[in-house]
Every structure is written in structure tokens, then in C-alpha cells.
Design a protein around this ligand. Structure first.
Ligand code: 5AD
Ligand code: SF4
Length: 442
């Protein structure tokens, strides 16, 4: 049996795509190996969203050559494959496959050709493609990534994704529900619905609120999450579904990008500072104790001190539970690269703003977490903690990471804990024996 080794970079959509690719290849007779050494096929599923993500992959391709034997097929898949196409083949003589996100169906045949010594670039978009008939090979122990939408129809001026993943299309509700039932049968109890602007999902029969209701009602599902939504697609009906469906968790990852309306306009985000705040207010009033996380870019062209100060003040005004912060990275072919060169923010200014933002984000997260000490949470045990063999890593519905003692539970268990300690970002939890479960005295 030929073996395949696969490495994944980038977002959860890429993780889900990797699971689909490995499922397809398993059906075509490949065994999966966790070790690149001696693998017959090595695939690197890549991200193009920032230059540093691409540089890491290029470095890694060089390293992987050391593990390859003469006949090993090396393939690059994902967003970088789509973005650079045959340029990857030209630059790296050991790569024989370049396959974009809509072309994974052909992987077995492409690999066969590559094993005969041919080289291919497969980067056509396919607006019908959802890989519905693929059986994903899942690696997460307790939750399943379920793509419900592919591509993106927004055109944020910094973003490469519309060019690497093509136009937005929604997967049929019946297929999403069927896959949800399958993951329950496999013993998983949490699903994460994935899409580039996932709450704009609409398959012609309903909107994202309907999808949440349908998935949330599947028997055996205890937690439904989704990522990443766009603020403009939070209609009342989507927010109502989020509030009403008990299995939908009290957390939203709501990309903000900037706190300045002028900057948001240059980014073509299609909302203003007030619009963002309004979305937050509507969600918070419908969903008590909603936890909100976000993405923020610093150093987008033309960012003034005053505009950056507005980002800081919006971060304070919202009070995020956590945030991913990024330095703007110009992506070839995106509209932002056509802005006048004099708008480029000097590197030392970007670095200083980045540090200031990160410090603020951490301080706010810390104080919000401190305020939750002593509270109770239901947590789902996800995996062994990275450090500390006697701890397991669990997650609350509101997306807090909680370390629990290993003897208290097993992976996949739900338990109620009291939040007894925090590092500022993660918690330690002490299992609570619920009253009803206590043996009767005497
Ligand atoms: N430079 C920096 N950050 C970017 N993101 C997307 N494109 C860029 C870019 N060119 C960030 C956004 C997005 C997250 C996934 O990555 O914040 O929400
Ligand atoms: Fe990029 Fe905007 Fe699409 Fe998100 S919504 S993937 S930021 S273009």
C-alpha cells in the first residue's frame, strides 16, 4: 500500500480540506503516515493569507526534500498552490503537483501521473464542488470541522482569499445535516461549521439561522460552533437562531480588522465603527454572557496615529475575550497593493503599534478572565494538555480553555468545573460534583 504524509498550514478550512484529501486518498488505497521519512507521497496544504505563512512553507519544502527517496511525490495544495500555480513547479524541481482548493477530486489520478514522472498544475475553480461524497478522515477526538460554504464574495482590499478560493457557494443543508449525523455516529458531539463568511450561508432553501436550527437539532449533538462570520451578515434571524438553539455555543469570533471607519472603508469591510458596535450590541442583548473574539490588522496602508487610536478604543469599548492580531502583509494582486506607495506605514511604526495593541488585548482578556474566577462552567475534555502529563485540556461553551486534572475525566467527557485559577488567558478548573449526583446522606 503506498503511503501519504500530509502537513497542514493556515485556517480550519484547510484542516477540513486536509481531512477530505486524506479520506479521498484512503479510498484510493493509500495508507496515512505521521512521518515524512520514506512516505511515497508528501502533501503540504498551504495558506497564502500573509507572506510569513508562505515563507514558512517554502522553508519547509526545502526541509522535506531530506526525507524524500527518489520516487517520492511532493505536492503543494491549498491557497498558495492556487495563488502561485506553475510558478511553484518552476521554482522547486522536486515538487511535481500543484493543486488548488477546488481540484482535490482529481488527486488520486494526479498522484498516479506524478508517480510516472509527470508534473501537474490543477488550479481550475469549480463552483459546484463541495466534496460531498468524500469521507473525511478526522483527527480531532471530540469535534468535527464541517465546511458549509466555500469561497468568498466579499472583496476586502487586503485579502487574497477571494482569489485563492473563488466565489462563494453554499453547501446544501441536507448534506450538512447528513454529515452532522455521521459524526455523531462516530462518537463526536461537537461540530464547527466552516465558511469564509459563514453566516452569509444560503442554499436557496434557507439562511444561516435555518442551518443552525437544523444542525443544532441533530440528535446527539451537544455543541455547535461556526467560524468565521462577517458582521454584516448577522441578520435578526441569524442572531435569533443563535440565541434560541440550545446547542449553539455562547461564543462568536467576529473579525473587526480596524476601529476606524475611514480605515474600514479603505479595507472595503462594508461596515463602520458604529455598525460593528451595533452588531456587538444586538448579539449581546440576545445572548447573555456571549464571549467575543476577533481579528485585527495593524499597519494597513495609510493608517494614521489617530486611526490606530480608534482601533485601541474600539478594542476597549467592545471588551474582547481574545483577539488575533496581525501586521498587514501586502498580497500580490489584491487591491491594497495598488494604493499609493507613500501610504505604506513604516515598519518600526507597525511594530510599535502591534506591541501596543497586543498588550491591550492581553490586559483586557486577563481582566475579563479574572472576573470569571469562581464561576462554574460545563467543559468538554478535548485532549491531553501540551505540558503537564497529569492535566487534560477542556473547553467551555464560551470558548475558554480550562485545564482539568487527568484523573477526573477522559477525553470526550463533559463535566462541570469551578474556575479556580487563571494565567490570564487559560484557566484551571476543579470538578464540581453536582448536588443531584451526591449520594444521600445516611
Ligand atoms: N495581512 C494581514 N492580515 C491579514 N488577514 C487577512 N489578510 C491579511 C493580510 N493581507 C487577517 C485578517 C483575517 C485573518 C484570517 O487574517 O484579520 O480576519
Ligand atoms: Fe478575506 Fe474579507 Fe473574505 Fe474574510 S470576508 S476571507 S477577510 S475577503
Amino acid at each position: 500500500m503506498p503511503s501519504v504524509y500530509l502537513e497542514t498550514y493556515g485556517c480550519q478550512m484547510n484542516v477540513a480540506d486536509s481531512e477530505l484529501m486524506l479520506g479521498k486518498l484512503a479510498a484510493a488505497g493509500y495508507s496515512h503516515t505521521q512521518n515524512p521519512e520514506g512516505a511515497d507521497v508528501i502533501l503540504v496544504n498551504t495558506c497564502a493569507v500573509r507572506d510569513n505563512a508562505e515563507q514558512r512553507v517554502l522553508g519547509r519544502l526545502g526541509e522535506l526534500r531530506r526525507h524524500m527517496h527518489r520516487d517520492t511525490v511532493l505536492g503543494v495544495t491549498g491557497c498558495m498552490a492556487q495563488r502561485l500555480g506553475s510558478r511553484i513547479l518552476d521554482a522547486n524541481s522536486r515538487v511535481s503537483l500543484v493543486v488548488g482548493p477546488d481540484a482535490y477530486r482529481a488527486l488520486p489520478e494526479l498522484i498516479d501521473g506524478a508517480r510516472r514522472g509527470e508534473r501537474f498544475t490543477a488550479t481550475d475553480f469549480d463552483l459546484e464542488e463541495h466534496y460531498d461524497d468524500f469521507q473525511a478522515r478526522r483527527f480531532e477526538g471530540v469535534k468535527a470541522w464541517i465546511p458549509v460554504q466555500r469561497g468568498c464574495d466579499y472583496r476586502c482590499t487586503y485579502c487574497i482569499v477571494p482569489y485563492t478560493r473563488g466565489s462563494e457557494r453554499s453547501r446544501a443543508m441536507a448534506d450538512v445535516v447528513r454529515e452532522t449525523r455521521e459524526v455523531v455516529e462516530q462518537g463526536l458531539t461537537e461540530v464547527v461549521l466552516l465558511g469564509q463568511t459563514v453566516n452569509s450561508w444560503n442554499d436557496g432553501s434557507g439562511d444561516f439561522g435555518d442551518l443552525l436550527r437544523a444542525v443544532g437539532a441533530v440528535e446527539g449533538i451537544r455543541r455547535v460552533r461556526y467560524t468565521s462570520p462577517h458582521p454584516n451578515d448577522f441578520t435578526d434571524s441569524v442572531i435569533a437562531a443563535m440565541a434560541e438553539v440550545e446547542t449553539v455555543c455562547e461564543h462568536v469570533h467576529l473579525p473587526m480588522q480596524s476601529g476606524s471607519s475611514a480605515m474600514l472603508k479603505r479595507m472595503l469591510r462594508r461596515y463602520t465603527r458604529d455598525g460593528y458596535l451595533d452588531c456587538v450590541a444586538r448579539m449581546r442583548s440576545a445572548i447573555p454572557d456571549l464571549s467575543i473574539t476577533t481579528d485585527i490588522i495593524v499597519g494597513f496602508p495609510g493608517e494614521t496615529d489617530a486611526e490606530f487610536a480608534e482601533t485601541l478604543s474600539l478594542v476597549r469599548a467592545v471588551g474582547f475575550d481574545d483577539a488575533f492580531t496581525f501586521k498587514f502583509s501586502p498580497r500580490e494582486g489584491t487591491p491594497a497593493t495598488r494604493l499609493p506607495a507613500e501610504l505604506t506605514v513604516p515598519e518600526e511604526v507597525v511594530d510599535a503599534r502591534y506591541e501596543e495593541l497586543l498588550a491591550l488585548v492581553r490586559a483586557i482578556a486577563r481582566s475579563r478572565n479574572m472576573a470569571r474566577l469562581g464561576q462554574r462552567r460545563e467543559v468538554l475534555v478535548e485532549k491531553a494538555a501540551r505540558k503537564g502529563g497529569d492535566l487534560l485540556q477542556a473547553r467551555s461553551r464560551d470558548f475558554r480553555t480550562v485545564m482539568v486534572p487527568a484523573e477526573a475525566a477522559a477525553i470526550g467527557d463533559y463535566l462541570t468545573v469551578e474556575l479556580t485559577g487563571t494565567t490570564g488567558s487559560t484557566f484551571t478548573g476543579t470538578p464540581v460534583v453536582e448536588r443531584a449526583h451526591l449520594p444521600l446522606a445516611n
